[in-house]
Write a protein that binds this ligand. Structure first.
Ligand SMILES: [Cu+2]
Length: 186
């Protein structure tokens, strides 16, 4: 009888452990930080108003910070758009900074057959922004500013003529680290 009770106790212990581990796994899955734009903006306490024209969602990412290689190291950085082409006219860019550094998005015309990512980078780590059609570089605001802080959004609305454009982040070193993408306006 006593032996059986001990076995039951062990069994109950094992079952309890299993239940608790399962609950922890479920809890971790639900507490994981969200990825998509809207959720990040919500957490940051700011969201873009209704934007005019066709909305292009742009995401800035980087692999920097203490989790990747430690102090001073800058990992690959990316600027990605959720569409490669858009109709001409009013276009709004909603930029979500999903990275650990401050970023921005500048719209530059891409002349001739020039490829995105091939602009010369100056000694200051930046490219020439001449011909810029607009930028989203303000935290939780429209247009130009001091940069879009991590886990926040910025936005800008512009009128674009047919052609090819390059979206870039021109914080020092970010363009050469990979923060550019192309969008075609038809
Ligand atoms: Cu950047």
């Amino acid at each position: 009888m006593r032996k059986l009770s001990r076995r039951s106790a062990v069994l109950i212990g094992v079952l309890a452990t299993l239940v608790l581990s399962t609950l922890s796994i479920i809890a971790v899955a639900f507490l994981r930080p969200p990825g998509p734009a809207g959720t990040l903006a919500g957490r940051a306490g700011c969201a873009a108003p209704a934007l005019g024209g066709t909305v292009v969602n742009v995401t800035a990412t980087d692999m920097g910070g203490p989790m990747m290689g430690g102090a001073g190291r800058v990992g690959p950085m990316r600027l990605t758009a959720d569409r490669a082409s858009v109709a001409h006219g009013r276009v709004s860019f909603l930029v979500t900074n999903a990275g650990r550094y401050t970023h921005e998005m500048v719209i530059l015309p891409l002349p001739g057959t020039q490829s995105a990512g091939t602009r010369p980078v100056g000694g200051d780590g930046k490219i020439d922004e001449a011909g810029s059609l607009g930028e989203a570089s303000a935290t939780c605001a429209d247009g130009a500013g001091q940069g879009i802080l991590p886990r926040t959004v910025g936005w800008v609305s512009v009128d674009l003529a047919p052609g090819r454009y390059e979206l870039v982040c021109n914080f020092p070193g970010h363009y050469s680290a990979g923060m550019y993408t192309q969008i075609t306006v038809s």
